[in-house]
Design a protein around this ligand. Structure first.
Ligand code: C2E
Ligand code: CA
Ligand code: CA
Length: 745
């Protein structure tokens, strides 16, 4: 016989049933009746009378006991006895009643039906007693002819079936409610699946021999794309396999069918649950091997179970995804900054001293994966870094990725005493991607006062400080200067976001030929608006330099400069060069030249159209290396201007030997024009120097006519300043060029 029970959504549940709805008890064996009588002859006749008895097509299992104590033992061994035919008078007049009390009150069996039988008419117990003990019937042996006996047994079994089903349903529903909480409490799909299997087995009172599969890839035909994510009992070894590789052929086929038909397939030898995930979560099927089929009540329970489990599945998926997004690094599959800060907070809330430290480790050469290395190389480097850190600082230390090439380790101070810089840089493994440069900072949490975010910030700042100071290695946190550091850190974070969200722009400031008054070029200046307010570069450039963000920022400005050059070309001004500021930190990255050349190449820009403005310090700190760097840039065709010229102590002495093309007279000296009357003003000297070395000179910060006139008189070829033009958007600059052209024409 086959039937199906359908749930609300119609596909969730379907089963094939082998038996009629009110079939035999759950263990698959016929109903069990216990006859208790000290008269062997009566036992014998009872057996005869019931020999052809059937209830719901099943024969009866008849157990016998000849005393009250023996009967108690049988009841303990067989709690599934459905009915007791009990002789009232045995070893004592009330031995039967005592047994009833023991069954109901001591064994707590309220389900078993009890029929009292006596040979002596006067021995009937009080009706009230019978009611209290829930005794169904009372009969005289002499009245028990075959048909009546069979009728009595049938009635008892039917009542027992109902009571038993109700009791089981009640237990099952209680279980389901608790199960829902336990399932929803799981953090991820794996935990959920293990728990699901366990709950299903408990509900059906079966051993947990089974597995749970999920459809990882919805494209193939199941079993393709279906994976075992939980397995237990006899199936434990199947964990992690593709369904196609599962040893048990029946489980494999039925599971595949369940995924294909999107329904639970119920068979006598197994139970299956199809959880459809409400279309939000990939479907999941639980398979439990069983030796029996389920009855109608169990099927109904299973439906309720399925609905609950499905709701839990959707919840768990949601929370676990949130968890992953919020607390895991998606690339490296290790904890992220949020997770670390949570753990850090817990450590900071522990009683003092915690004996824990925080280590921030930064991979200098990464800085920005998309710039420094190709994306794959960058990812590879990060993966290796995560691996090596995990080896250097094994559990209980916890390794997390904060951002980009920056990692953090939280663990016992003694463990973190190991120097990560030398350990990583001197790594034996000199594969394709060595760790060229690692810097680190340690924050002993017992010497730190503040929250988790601050501790991480302190570590990050220390690392950046090492870089900014031109150092290298590991720094240890000291409490001084913390406030100021934090302020800068917060700003660097805002800048980081702005970069991420592509909210950094540029303005162009015209440079004017002093003879003709024509605009002959422009300087590109970074612009950043935060909350609608422009932030001055004088403020954010130093922050960017201290935090290392100047590297991606500078790259962005270079890209925008290329865009501007293309726009100028399109507007008919292919000969107008643009100057772009390059910070020392940018310049000294070994990838700088290659990246720069690649960017221009990609955008189809000739290097001669771009001038790089560098500060004197950038070259003078390491004169030899700086000189070679500039020479390479010159050979590529870039113009090179020395920015803020005259403010560095050594410039006047060394500039003659540097391969530069232009000097930018610092604004400060321009402002002195008109004040200093003497022949030997700095501006004058610099102009003379430029002439002698054959270098172009551009005067910055020209605000007055007077300054402009003086510069013209002293043969300054070029100038830039508010007098001529303020930094302006690209469109305005192009419009200025157009006006100039029509004015000329
Ligand atoms: P800088 O390279 O010396 O740029 C010239 C600065 O002087 C600009 O300030 C410009 O607006 C300002 N200026 C121009 N004409 C006059 C004038 O007549 N009078 C006065 N008082 N100021 C004038 P800004 O845009 O605020 O930039 C400040 C500094 O920030 C720049 O000085 C430069 O060092 C840095 N910076 C700006 N953009 C970038 C960039 O993309 N990369 C790097 N590394 N640094 C940049
Ligand atoms: Ca400049
Ligand atoms: Ca300047």
């Amino acid at each position: 016989m086959s039937g199906s029970v359908r749930s609300g959504d119609d596909r969730m549940f379907e089963f094939r049933q082998e038996q009629a709805d009110d079939g035999p008890p759950a263990d698959g064996v016929a109903f069990t009746v216990l006859s208790v009588d000290d008269d062997p002859a009566f036992q014998q006749s009872l057996r005869m009378a019931l020999s052809d008895f059937r209830f719901n097509d099943s024969p009866l299992r008849l157990l016998t006991a000849s005393s009250s104590s023996e009967a108690q033992e049988v009841m303990v061994a067989h709690p599934d006895v459905s009915a007791i035919l009990l002789d009232v008078v045995m070893e004592s007049d009330d031995a039967g009643l005592q047994l009833v009390r023991a069954v109901r009150e001591q064994l707590g069996n309220a389900e078993v039906r009890i029929v009292l039988i006596t040979g002596q008419p006067g021995m009937a117990p009080m009706r009230k007693t019978l009611q209290q003990l829930d005794v169904s019937d009372y009969w005289l042996k002499t009245d028990l002819y075959r048909e009546r006996l069979q009728g009595i047994v049938t009635g008892s079994l039917r009542t027992w079936s109902e009571i038993h089903a109700l009791a089981r349903a009640k237990r099952g529903l209680q279980h389901i409610v608790q199960m829902g909480n336990r399932l929803t409490g799981q953090r991820d799909l794996d935990g959920f699946s293990r728990q699901l299997l366990h709950e299903l087995a408990t509900l059906l009172e079966m051993p947990a021999d089974g597995l749970v599969c999920v459809r990882e890839d919805g494209n193939g035909t199941p079993p393709e794309g279906v994976r075992v994510i939980a397995a237990d009992g006899a199936f434990a070894t199947q964990q992690g396999r593709w369904l196609a590789d599962v040893d048990d052929a029946m489980a494999r086929d039925l599971l595949a069918e369940a995924f294909a038909t999107r329904a639970s397939v119920g068979m006598p030898a197994c139970q299956m649950l199809y959880l459809d995930g409400d279309g939000r979560v990939p479907p999941l099927v639980a398979y439990l091997a069983s030796e029996r089929s389920l009855d109608a009540e169990e099927h109904e329970l299973l439906q309720v179970f399925t609905a609950h489990a499905n709701a839990s599945l959707v919840n768990v998926d949601l929370t676990s995804r949130l968890d992953r997004v919020a607390y895991r690094d998606s690339l490296l599959d290790i904890p992220n900054g949020n997770a670390l800060r949570l753990e850090l907070q817990q450590v900071l809330e522990q009683p003092w001293p915690s004996g824990q430290s925080l280590l921030v480790v930064d991979l200098g050469q990464y800085t920005d994966g998309s710039l420094a290395l190709g994306p794959e190389q960058g990812d590879l480097l990060l993966q290796r870094m995560a691996e090596r850190l995990g080896q250097l600082y094994p559990p209980p230390c916890r390794v997390a990725r904060l951002h980009e090439g920056t990692f953090a380790v939280l663990g016992p101070t003694t463990w973190l005493a190991l120097d990560p810089v030398s350990a990583l840089e001197q790594s034996e493994d000199t594969g394709e991607l060595p760790f060229l440069r690692v810097d680190a900072a340690r924050v002993d949490l017992d010497h730190y006062r503040g929250g988790a975010g601050g501790a991480v910030a302190a570590g990050l700042l220390l690392v950046n400080r090492i870089r900014a100071d031109g150092g290298h290695g590991v720094a240890d946190y000291r409490a001084e200067g913390e406030q100021e550091n934090l302020q800068r850190f917060l700003q660097s974070r805002a800048l980081y976001r702005a970069l991420r969200e592509d909210r950094i722009g540029v303005a162009l400031q015209a440079q004017v030929d002093m003879d003709s008054g024509a605009v002959v070029g422009a300087e590109v200046l970074a612009r950043w608006n935060e909350n609608g307010q422009p932030v001055s570069p004088a403020e954010f450039i130093p922050v960017a330099e201290a935090s290392g963000l100047i590297v991606p920022l500078g790259q962005r400005v270079i890209e925008l400069t290329c865009d501007a050059l293309r726009a100028l070309e399109a507007a008919g001004f292919p000969e107008v060069p643009l100057s772009v500021n390059v910070s020392p930190l940018q310049l000294h990255r070994r990838e700088f030249i290659d990246e720069l050349a690649a960017t221009l190449e990609k955008q189809g820009i000739e290097p001669r159209r771009m001038e790089l403005e560098i500060t004197e310090g950038a070259v003078m700190n390491d004169y030899q290396a700086g000189r070679e760097l500039l020479a390479r840039l010159r050979r590529l065709g870039f113009g090179i201007a020395v920015d803020d010229f005259g403010t560095g102590y050594s410039s006047l002495r060394y500039v003659h030997s540097l391969p530069v093309t232009r000097l930018k007279l610092d604004r400060h000296f321009t402002s002195e024009i008109g004040e200093a009357r003497g022949e030997s003003s700095v501006a004058d000297m610099i102009l003379a120097l430029g002439r002698r070395l054959g270098l172009d000179v551009v005067a910055e910060g020209v605000e007055t006519r007077e300054q402009a006139n003086w510069l013209r008189e002293h043969d300054c070829p070029c100038a830039q300043g508010y007098l001529f033009a303020r930094p302006e958007p690209l469109e305005d600059f192009i419009a200025r060029m157009r006006r100039q052209r029509t004015g000329d024409g």
